[in-house]
Ligand binder design. Structure first.
Ligand code: ZN
Length: 92
């Protein structure tokens, strides 16, 4: 696969990864009266990880972001954009 837009449209840096979403549980401590506070620790549930592309319809990111053959990308500055993927043949 090849990316049609491999560099960030905002800053020009190359993509460093794909945008992913990981479900998590922010841990709390419960008091005797039901009061609680966050402990500052978070458990990540890696088996539930989904890509931007998988979640685009749920996040209302727009139909073009969920287009087949596209991928959500991220640069070093944290900017996010979507690029079409182009099928490349493997020559031997
Ligand atoms: Zn950028």
């Amino acid at each position: 696969m090849r990316l049609l837009t491999p560099s960030c449209p905002k800053c020009g840096q190359q993509a460093v990864g794909t945008g992913e979403w990981v479900p998590a549980t922010a841990l709390i401590e419960l008091g005797p009266g039901g009061e609680y506070r966050h402990t500052g620790q978070t458990s990540l549930h890696w088996n539930g990880m989904l890509s931007d592309h998988d979640l685009a319809p749920c996040l209302d990111l727009g139909s073009e972001d969920a287009a087949p053959g596209s991928v959500g990308l991220v640069c070093h500055s944290g900017h996010q954009w979507t690029s079409a993927e182009i099928e490349t043949s493997v020559e031997r």
